[in-house]
Every structure is written in structure tokens, then in C-alpha cells.
Design a protein around this ligand. Structure first.
Ligand code: NAD
Length: 500
């Protein structure tokens, strides 16, 4: 196996500008998904480490320059961060691919997206204006936008660095110091942030990172009274736990949770494009993609042809070592997750017709590899129709009418994304608007426009980020009302005086 250059063997916290171990000295092992052997130990944070990190961030908030800086000045730092992320693309992609099992070509794309997030939010804060409301001659009301305070950022292991950037960029742009708690399966790439921020000139204490187990470090961050907001991306059940804990402190929450998104393919669609796109939608990023179109609903007239062509292409997908540029599907992140995905594959074999994959590829006897797996005739009450698998597994289901397609699309607890394939203009818009999801793509896979709302409905999330919504989340609007003339005020207690 090829090891990335400068692979960290000890991964520490980063608090108040220093790389530090846990106060308790506790660590946890970090495995790579190809050998499933530990390659590093990471500091395991507890409440005491979170206290230290929050205290540093709190001081940066109450006394530091960052929240008070002009937007343009903050933007200059964020541009330097973006340039540094891009300059580190190769190293970052190697680390990310080694730690997560993502194919190296797809890991490189994540670095570019991370850099773009910093540029986008830097541009946005410089261009943003605050609202003023005029009641001519009477009142002028203007808004002051202020960073909320220390932001707690909790992130998952799929595309870790990019998802961290998706929270770090708007939080920092808005002026909030942060405490980041990255996923414990994949802490390697997050260890690059400290150097990037230092070199870019981010003031000390503004960026803090505590590694650790979710129920320990993550929970302590959620419960910390000096952290008024939490941005979380992860599983729906974890999100529910976090919401319960956060309720005690009435924290603001942004919750990006799981998905089981439908891709609806009508008989009038461009079939070649739909096949390319629905394959990419579920098998890119090893299928470990929150917006994966993992339920493919296909109109009956083309169903058998679609199943045959889809399964043939899926069988030809190159599964291999993450560092190999030819690899299209790499190794799943961790043996625990691999076992869980295999459990769904076994359930699928009982519930539906297996068309491709179904287990470990013969040429890869070790590591968390799964051949791209396709099931057909998946009934709406099947486990593999209802539950998020988060691996390279597609479920194909036939439908007859538009209404049936919409009903099937909406027949799950999730509502993150949806994809519609048709060349009929009316049908396309009608169906796209009827899917219960935060985001729908018509004749496309998941291509983001950073200005648009991002988030899910139902069990897929609470609150939307994206564009100005992210800045809204990390800032409070403070309204000042100014009287422009005499104000009529009922004169309480002045009755005696007036009767005289
Ligand atoms: P997870 O919920 O297990 O963990 C996410 C993070 O939460 C980790 O850092 C973990 O340590 C932490 N955590 C766990 N328990 C916690 C607790 N009690 N208190 C505080 N923090 C805690 O999720 P995962 O397995 O890392 O990620 C996969 C999931 O993330 C999938 O469900 C996927 O759909 C979802 N996801 C959603 C989006 C989105 O934008 N909607 C994006 C990516 C991933």
C-alpha cells in the first residue's frame, strides 16, 4: 500500500494556537480502510478539553480582533486560506483518500470545493448589506448584524475536509470563533487546518479543534453553555440526540442529516444521460454521499432495458485501491460501517432481485471493499427502500404513472434531495415541485450553486444553509429603531396634571 507523504502518527487537538494532547492523556486509534490497521493515534477529547477550547474561542470573541474586523479584512484572510487549501490539494487529497478510502481522483475534487467555499463566503460578506426600513418622517429602523458567538461545528467522515470547510468558511466569514469536532473515523485531513489558518493570519484562538468520540467530545461541545450555536452534519439519530441536549440551553441549530433520495426516470428521458447520472449519483464517493440518489424509480415502459443496462455498467465499475487513479469505487471508511452496509446487502438479497455486486469483489480479499450492488423490483416496504445505506448500493423500483412516481418518491421518512429525468417540460417542473425534499435536480446530478439553499426536510434536516442563509445562521440581526420626530406617547399618570 502507498503511504501518503508526511502521514501523521499522532493527531492532537489545536487549542488557542497550540497543538495539545488531551488533559487526560487519552487517545484513540485511527484505522485506514484498506488494511483496517491503526496508522495513527488521535487525542481523545473530553469535557475538560472542550472547556479549554471554548474558553479560548470565547476570549477571541469577547476581546479579540476577528469579530470586530472589517468584512474586507476578514475576506483577505479567507482568500489566503482558499489559496493555501488549493496549493495543498495533492497532499490533502492523498491524506483524505488514505484515511477515508475515497478514490484519489474524487478526493482531489473535494480540495477544490473546499477552497471555493472560502472564496464564496469571503465574497459574500464583502458584498452583503444590512437592511434599513424607513417610515418617512417618523422612524428609521436599521439592522446591525453581529456574529452570534462561539460556533460549535460537528462533522461526519464522508468528505470530511470539504464538509468542515462548508461550516468553517461561513462561521469565520461571519466573525464567529469556532470549535470544530471532526469525525473520529477520519481525523487526518482536519489536522491540516491549523497550519493553513496560521499561515493565512487568522488570529490565535479563532480556530480551535478538539478530536474525540461523538458521545464524549461532541456531546460536551453541544452541552457547553458558552457555545450558543451548533452546526451539525451527520446521522438523523445523532441529530435527534443533539437537539435534545441543545434544548436545555436553547441553542440555535443547523442540522444536515441523512437521506434516501429518489431519482425518477421517465420513459421520455434521455436514457443514456439518465443512466450515466444515476450511476454517478449512487456510486461516486463510494456511495457515502448524503445526497445519493439511491432509490431509482423507473417508468415501466423502459424498466427492463434500464435495469439491464444499469446493472451491466455497475458491474464494470472499477473497484480498487483508493490511491489508484483508475479506481472509481474505493474502500468503505471503517469496518463497522462496512459490516453495516453488508447487512443491508444481505437484507436486499432476501427482499429483492440482485442484478449486480452483492459482496466483496474477488480480486480484493482484504479491506472494506464492496462490489457496486444493484437490486431490482425493490418494494416500497423493503428495508433497502426505506433506510439509508450510505454505501454503493442502488435500489431500482418500477412505476407506471406520474402520481405513482411522486408517491413512491415521498414514501420515506427522509427528504434531502431528489432527481427527475424527463424531456417533458410540464411533467419535469410538476414532479420536481412535488417531491418532498430540500433540493431537486432536473435532468442533472448533484451540481451545487453555492448561492442556493442547502438542506433537507422531514428527517433529513432542520434549517437551511447556503448563500446568505449560512451568514444568517452565524449572525444575529439587531434592530435599532430611531425616532425622526416627535413621538406620540400616551401620558400615563398625567391625568391630574391635565385636569388642572
Ligand atoms: P454520525 O452522526 O455518526 O457522526 C457525525 C458527527 O457527530 C461525528 O463527528 C460524531 O463524532 C459526532 N457525534 C456522534 N454522537 C454525538 C453526540 N451524541 N453528540 C455530539 N456529537 C456526536 O454520522 P456519520 O456516520 O459520521 O456520517 C454519516 C451520516 O451523515 C449519514 O447519515 C449522512 O447522510 C449524513 N450526512 C448528511 C449530510 C447533509 O448535508 N445532509 C452531509 C454528509 C453526511
Amino acid at each position: 500500500m502507498t503511504l501518503p507523504a508526511e502521514l501523521p502518527q499522532r493527531i492532537s487537538h489545536y487549542i488557542d494556537g497550540e497543538h495539545v494532547d488531551s488533559i487526560s492523556g487519552d487517545t484513540f486509534d485511527v484505522l485506514d480502510p484498506v488494511s483496517n490497521k491503526p496508522y495513527a493515534t488521535a487525542a481523545a477529547g473530553h469535557a475538560a478539553d472542550i472547556d479549554r477550547a471554548v474558553a479560548a474561542a470565547r476570549e477571541a470573541f469577547t476581546d479579540g480582533a476577528w469579530p470586530r474586523m472589517k468584512a474586507r479584512e476578514r475576506a483577505r484572510v479567507l482568500y489566503r486560506v482558499a489559496d493555501a487549501v488549493e496549493a495543498a490539494e495533492d497532499r490533502l487529497a492523498e491524506l483524505e483518500s488514505f484515511d477515508t478510502g475515497l478514490p484519489i481522483t474524487q478526493a482531489k475534487g473535494q480540495a477544490r470545493r473546499a477552497a471555493e467555499n472560502f472564496r464564496f463566503f469571503a465574497d459574500l460578506i464583502v458584498a452583503m448589506n444590512e437592511d434599513a426600513y424607513s417610515v418617512p418622517g417618523t422612524q428609521l429602523n436599521y439592522v446591525l448584524r453581529k456574529p452570534v458567538g462561539v460556533a460549535g461545528l460537528i462533522t461526519p467522515w464522508n468528505t470530511p475536509f470539504m464538509l468542515e470547510s462548508w461550516k468553517l468558511a461561513p462561521a469565520l466569514a461571519a466573525g464567529c470563533p469556532v470549535v470544530l469536532k471532526p469525525a473520529e473515523f477520519t481525523p487526518a485531513s482536519a489536522s491540516l487546518w491549523a497550519g493553513i489558518f496560521e499561515a493565512a493570519g487568522l488570529p490565535r484562538g479563532v480556530f480551535n479543534l478538539v478530536n474525540g468520540i461523538g458521545e464524549q467530545a461532541g456531546q460536551a461541545l453541544v452541552e457547553h453553555p458558552d457555545v450558543p450555536l451548533i452546526s451539525f452534519t451527520g446521522e438523523t439519530t445523532t441529530g435527534q440526540t443533539i437537539m435534545r441536549s441543545a434544548a436545555a440551553h436553547l441553542k440555535e441549530l443547523s442540522m444536515e442529516l441523512g437521506g434516501k433520495s429518489p431519482a425518477i426516470v421517465f420513459a421520455d428521458a434521455d436514457l443514456d444521460a439518465a443512466i450515466d447520472s444515476t450511476l454517478f449519483g449512487v456510486f461516486s464517493l463510494n456511495g457515502e454521499r448524503c445526497t445519493a440518489g439511491s432509490r431509482i424509480l423507473v417508468q415501466r415502459a423502459i424498466y427492463e432495458e434500464f435495469c439491464g443496462r444499469y446493472a451491466e455498467r455497475a458491474s464494470d465499475i472499477v473497484v480498487g485501491p483508493p490511491h489508484d487513479p483508475a479506481t472509481e469505487v474505493g474502500a468503505l471508511v471503517h469496518p463497522e460501517h462496512y459490516e453495516r452496509v453488508l447487512g443491508y446487502v444481505e437484507a436486499g438479497k432476501r427482499e429483492a432481485r440482485l442484478l449486480a455486486g452483492g459482496g466483496r469483489p474477488h480480486h480484493l480479499p482484504e479491506g472494506n471493499y464492496l462490489a457496486p450492488t444493484v437490486f431490482a423490483d425493490v418494494a416500497p416496504d423493503a428495508t433497502i427502500f426505506q433506510q439509508e445505506i450510505f454505501g454503493p448500493v442502488a435500489a431500482l423500483t418500477p412505476f407506471d404513472t406520474d402520481d405513482e412516481a411522486i408517491a413512491l418518491a415521498n414514501d420515506v421518512k427522509y427528504g434531502l434531495a431528489g432527481y427527475v429525468w424527463t424531456n417533458d417540460l410540464h411533467r419535469g417542473h410538476r414532479v420536481a415541485g412535488s417531491i418532498e425534499a430540500g433540493m431537486v435536480w432536473l435532468n442533472s446530478h448533484n451540481i451545487r450553486d453555492l448561492r442556493t439553499p442547502f438542506g433537507g426536510v422531514k428527517a433529513s434536516g432542520v434549517g437551511h444553509e447556503g448563500g446568505h442563509r449560512s451568514i444568517d445562521f452565524y449572525t444575529n440581526e439587531h434592530i435599532v429603531h430611531v425616532a425622526l420626530g416627535d413621538v406620540h406617547t400616551p401620558r400615563f399618570g398625567a391625568g391630574k396634571e391635565e385636569r388642572r
